[in-house]
Write a new protein. Structure first.
Length: 309
C-alpha cells in the first residue's frame, strides 16, 4: 500500500477511536448527574434510591437470624426460666415450630405429614403462602404468621411486609393489619429475623397491642438475647412463649440430632421447651425419627398452644 494512503487510513482510524472514547466519557458523566449537577462519591440518585426501596418487595430465598453457640443458648434459656411459672402435668413436653414456609408446596406437604403436631410459621406475600396456611389448617395444625422484622444487619432483606425501626405508629399498625389480613386463620405470630426491632420496647408494644386486640398469641423467636417480646407479652397479658433451641443452624444430620438432645435436656430440666427448625430436607429427615428419640426418654411432643404462658 502507498505510504501516504496508509498514513491517511491510520489517521482516520485513530480519530474514530478518540471520538468513541469521548462519547463513552460524556455518557458516563451524564449518568452521574442529577439536574446537571454531579452527585459526588457515595451519593445515590433518586432513581437508584427508589430501586433500593423496592428491594423489600421482592421475593427472596428464606434467610433467618440465629443465636448459635450452645453456651449462649444455655445462658439465654436460663435467663427466662429462672422465674418462670408454667403448669406442666405429666411428662416433660416439647413443641416444634417450622419457620419460613410459603415458598414450596411440596416441602410443606412433607412437614404436614409428620406423625406428631407441628406449628407451621408462614411468611406473608409469597407464592404459596396462603395455600400452605390453608393446607395446615385442613390438617388441624397450628398456623403462625411469620412476621418479618428488621434485623441488625441492614444488608439483609427481611422480606415483604416487614416492620422497620424507622416506621411511625400509624405505619406499624397499617403494616400489621396488612400482614394479618393475609392470614386471617393465623393462631399466633412469631418474628422472622427482627433482632433490631424486638429490642425496641416502644415498637414491640405497638406490635403486641395489635396482637392482643385479635386475641392471638406471640412466640418470641429470640433472634436477639436482648429481645423484649416475651417479657412484654407477659406484662400485657398476651399468651406467649419463647424459642428454646434452633434445630438447624447447621444443616447436617449430626448437628440437628445434637440439637434434639439439647431440646430434650431443656424439657427434662424445666418441664417444657420449644424448638424452631426450617424447611430443609435434613431437618425433615431427623424430625421423622423425633417421636422415637423423645419417647424413649419419656418426653412428649405436644401442640404449641399447650406450652403458652
Amino acid at each position: 500500500m502507498d505510504k501516504k494512503l496508509w498514513n491517511y487510513a491510520f489517521s482516520i482510524l485513530l480519530s474514530a477511536i478518540l471520538l468513541l472514547l469521548l462519547g463513552i466519557f460524556v455518557h458516563l458523566d451524564s449518568n452521574n448527574k442529577v439536574n446537571g449537577k454531579p452527585l459526588g462519591p457515595g451519593v445515590i440518585s433518586e432513581e437508584t434510591k427508589v430501586q433500593e426501596e423496592d428491594i423489600q418487595d421482592k421475593e427472596v430465598p428464606f434467610l433467618y437470624e440465629i443465636f448459635s453457640k450452645k453456651d449462649e443458648e444455655l445462658q439465654l434459656f436460663h435467663q427466662f426460666t429462672k422465674d418462670r411459672r408454667i403448669d406442666i402435668v405429666g411428662n416433660p413436653k416439647v413443641a416444634i415450630i417450622i419457620d419460613d414456609l410459603g415458598y414450596q408446596e411440596e416441602i410443606a406437604g412433607r412437614i404436614l405429614n409428620l406423625n406428631f403436631p407441628v406449628a407451621i410459621s408462614v411468611l406473608p406475600f409469597l407464592s404459596d403462602s396462603q395455600l400452605v396456611a390453608q393446607m395446615a389448617k385442613e390438617k388441624g395444625m397450628t398456623v403462625l404468621l411469620h412476621l418479618p422484622m428488621e434485623p441488625h444487619n441492614s444488608n439483609v432483606n427481611p422480606g415483604k411486609g416487614a416492620i422497620f425501626s424507622n416506621m411511625n405508629e400509624e405505619e406499624i399498625r397499617n403494616k400489621m393489619l396488612t400482614n394479618l389480613l393475609e392470614f386471617p386463620e393465623a393462631d399466633g405470630i412469631n418474628n422472622h429475623m427482627g433482632s433490631k426491632v424486638t429490642e425496641n420496647k416502644e415498637i414491640m408494644r405497638i406490635v403486641l397491642d395489635e396482637i392482643k386486640e385479635r386475641d392471638i398469641f406471640f412466640i418470641d423467636s429470640m433472634t436477639s438475647p436482648d429481645s423484649v417480646g416475651y417479657q412484654l407479652s407477659k406484662e400485657m397479658g398476651i399468651k406467649t412463649a419463647f424459642r428454646s433451641v434452633f434445630l438447624d443452624n447447621e444443616q447436617n444430620v449430626d448437628y440437628i440430632r445434637n440439637q434434639i438432645s439439647l431440646l430434650k435436656e431443656f424439657a427434662i430440666r424445666n418441664g417444657s421447651a420449644i424448638a424452631i427448625g426450617h424447611p430443609y430436607c435434613n431437618t425433615i429427615d431427623v424430625l421423622n425419627e423425633l417421636d422415637i428419640i423423645l419417647e424413649a426418654e419419656g418426653v412428649e411432643i405436644v401442640k404449641l398452644e399447650e406450652l403458652l404462658e
